[in-house]
Design a protein around this ligand. Structure first.
Ligand code: MG
Ligand code: ZN
Length: 222
């Protein structure tokens, strides 16, 4: 598999520019507690305190919710896209039990290892490019599981030494616990929010919904 795994959970009107901002959220260390051995099944999922309500808060403030997650366990052959769909179905159920506004729209997974040199693994911005293409342009995806969604090479041409580029929507944001999350967001010019993986999304949600807050400063190479 060369492309990304994309799960479409809600139906978004296609065609024409959609002005709603997008909240790109890393998964492990932002929504749920991460593990060095991966989250391998639905029963290993533990939500971080306040993360579900924070997703609801973003939703109530008009954001699309797009999870972007690196999961190299797939490329390592530990399990496949059907398993990640099961994990994510459970995650969405657990979140909705806490806050029924907290509907996730799209989940994009990079299944690759670093050595695969793909266009999706963060800090490459390919997954964010796909999310923007889906919500704002004309990327057509099926409801449910889409396997091997290709990302064009020109979408991930980044000059890490130049200034941060201009975002397609100045209110877009990414929340992550690692530099690679911030790098991917930087490459798309969006607002960046770094969290402690023990605190997750709840740590920054009030800043994120404040559109005057330009996010954290980040220099990818300097
Ligand atoms: Mg993470
Ligand atoms: Zn990838």
């Amino acid at each position: 598999m060369e492309g990304a795994v994309v799960e479409v959970l809600t139906t978004t009107p296609q065609g024409g520019f959609n002005p709603k901002p997008i909240a790109f959220l890393d998964r492990d260390g932002v929504i749920n507690i991460g593990s060095p051995n991966y989250i391998n099944s639905p029963d290993e999922l533990v939500l971080l305190e306040g993360a579900a309500a924070a997703i609801g808060e973003l939703k109530r403030n008009g954001y699309h919710i797009c999870i972007v997650t690196n999961q190299s366990a797939i490329s390592r052959g530990l399990w496949g896209p059907k398993q990640i769909e099961k994990i994510h179905q459970k995650m969405q159920e657990m979140i909705l039990e806490i806050d029924n506004d907290a509907v996730i729209d799209l989940i994009i997974t990079c299944p690759h290892r670093q050595m695969d040199r793909c266009n999706c693994r963060k800090p490459m911005p390919g997954m964010l490019y796909l999310g923007e293409s889906y919500f704002r342009h004309n990327l057509v995806l099926n409801k449910g599981l889409n396997i091997d969604v290709k990302i064009p090479n020109e979408a991930v041409k980044v000059n890490w030494w130049k200034d941060k580029p201009q975002a397609s929507n100045e209110h877009d944001l990414i929340v992550g616990d690692r530099k690679s999350d911030l790098g991917a967001g930087w490459a798309r010019g969006i607002r960046l929010f770094k969290v402690n993986p023990n605190l997750g999304l709840a740590q920054v949600v009030s800043r994120a919904i404040n559109q005057q807050d330009k996010g954290d400063n980040f220099q990818p190479v300097r």
